[in-house]
Ligand binder design. Structure first.
Ligand code: PLP
Length: 459
């Protein structure tokens, strides 16, 4: 019963939406009476032990799960003559994680000076780093050049800007914005509202200009999707880029060395959703590669990606303690965390699955809003969520927020004087390392000019 609807719904989702909605509803009915099959790597006892040592809230990342995931990704994409994944540093900007990823063979995708420094700290060097920035200041172009990173230009005017401030490197990449695609594109829509990238005409002119200015090796990049689980979306991105590579060869004689398909692969935040399979993704792209590039004499083109979310997202959790319950017009569970630690639910209304340590198999008898302490009513990790009965207080239940390993701690902020939590790494041998301590009040005040405060005259 379980495997069939999953496979069917994946295959037919695009073509028979009604039928597939039916299958999804069937699956939701099946799931609604059960706890999720989403997992957490520690028992309640071990988690309580950790919470004794490192006060909640904290993020926990699972090294073994990250490594297993990366191995699968690299194996799937080994069908190409060359492949490199530049992990999007913005998703999980911690050098311990980057070091693990580098040990598995990944590079980094950066878009700011500090992200370049993080990649450097993790020993990721030269062309292993892709610098996909936009509205880039001169100092960051210089920093990228100094590290030998592959600079991915976002606009045609940046050719002269880069030349003036940092010089044109031998290898250069340009980001493509397909804009209003010819005749429209049913899958991708119209990315013309996206601020990123060159138009088709600009990219052809820009590459020729870069060649005139001394560049010798070329790459193309595009990214038009975010958090998309639909395979067709990603295949369409590859097709658009492959066709562009052929057109550029025909019009300018420039043979790109590689294309970078960007990020945008989604993860199944909801238990009834299904992960995009790395083999399906790489296999689908390979078919397009063989039918578009190989006949055009471009059969050695390298494939690069900048996946962030699907690499570490499912391998991280935010753990917080339920410290209060409140019963007014609704039932509330108050956590010792807030949207300063994880803002996706408040920002996008994003779903993050929640389980309760030790109550994984308990019946879902309650309906709660699970909330944080910010003075913003949208500071809710879950709204009207079916959950087991949660005990709150000093020794209240530990609440586990799933799929927080990407764009989680990274998006945190200090509004309302909230201090962001720390990060723990569960090593492959079962030991735990604190890879970032929680913020302190001193951190919060560190940027204030306190030396001038005492003598500050206000009349
Ligand atoms: C955000 C971003 C990524 C990573 O996206 P994910 O959804 O985390 O995979 C990759 N490339 C660029 C240019 C980005 O802006």
């Amino acid at each position: 019963m379980k495997a069939l609807p999953r496979r069917l719904s994946r295959r037919y989702r695009g073509r028979f939406p009604g039928f597939c909605t039916g299958l999804l509803i069937l699956r939701q009915i099946r799931y609604s009476n059960l706890m999720s099959d989403k997992t957490f790597p520690l028992t309640k006892t071990r988690l309580e032990e950790l919470a004794g040592q490192y006060p909640t809230p904290f993020y926990l990342y699972d090294e073994k799960a990250i490594r297993t995931n990366v191995k699968k990704l690299l194996k799937a994409f080994s069908v190409f003559p060359s492949y490199r994944e530049h992990f999007a540093v913005k998703a999980l900007p911690n050098p311990f994680i980057l070091k693990i990823l580098a040990a598995e063979g990944l590079g980094a995708d950066c878009s700011s000076g500090p992200e370049l420094t993080l990649a450097d700290m993790a020993g990721i060097k030269g062309e292993e780093i892709m610098f996909s920035s936009n509205e880039t200041p001169a100092s960051e172009y210089r920093a990228a050049r100094k590290l030998g990173a592959v600079i991915n230009l976002d606009d045609i005017t940046h050719i002269e800007y880069l030349e003036k401030h940092a010089g044109i490197p031998e290898l250069i990449s340009c980001r493509y914005n397909p804009g209003p695609l010819k005749g429209g594109n049913a899958i991708i829509g119209e990315p013309k509202e996206a601020k990123y990238g060159f138009t088709r005409e600009q990219i052809i002119r820009g590459l020729a200009l870069l060649r005139d200015k001394g560049a010798r090796r070329f790459a193309l990049h595009t990214m038009v999707a975010s958090n998309k689980l639909n395979l067709d979306y990603h295949l369409e991105t590859a097709r658009i880029l492959f066709e562009l590579v052929v057109e550029i060869k025909n019009k300018t004689g420039i043979c790109a060395e590689f294309v970078n398909l960007g990020g945008g692969v989604g993860i199944p935040y909801r238990p009834e959703e299904e992960a995009l399979d790395w083999d399906d993704l790489a296999g689908g792209i390979k078919k397009l590669y063989d039918s578009i590039l190989v006949p055009a004499g471009l059969g050695t083109l390298g494939i690069h990606t900048e996946y962030g979310r699907p690499v570490t997202g499912p391998c991280g959790w935010l753990v917080a303690r339920a410290i209060h319950t409140k019963s007014v017009y609704r039932q509330y569970i108050g956590l010792d965390s807030c949207m300063a630690d994880l803002m996706r639910p408040a920002l996008y209304g994003a779903y993050h699955h929640i389980t309760v340590a030790g109550k994984e198999n308990a019946p879902l008898t309650e309906t709660y809003d699970v909330v944080g302490s910010l003075c913003e009513n949208n500071d809710k990790f879950a709204v009207q969520r079916r959950l087991p009965k949660i005990d709150a207080g000093d020794t209240g239940d530990l609440v586990i927020i799933h799929d927080a390993g990407a764009h989680g701690r990274a998006m945190g902020f200090n509004y309302n004087g909230k201090l962001r939590c720390g990060e723990l790494l569960l090593r492959s041998d079962g030991s735990v390392v604190q890879i970032r301590r929680p913020e302190t009040a001193e951190d919060y005040f560190a940027t204030l000019n306190l030396a001038a405060l005492a003598g500050f005259e206000t009349g």
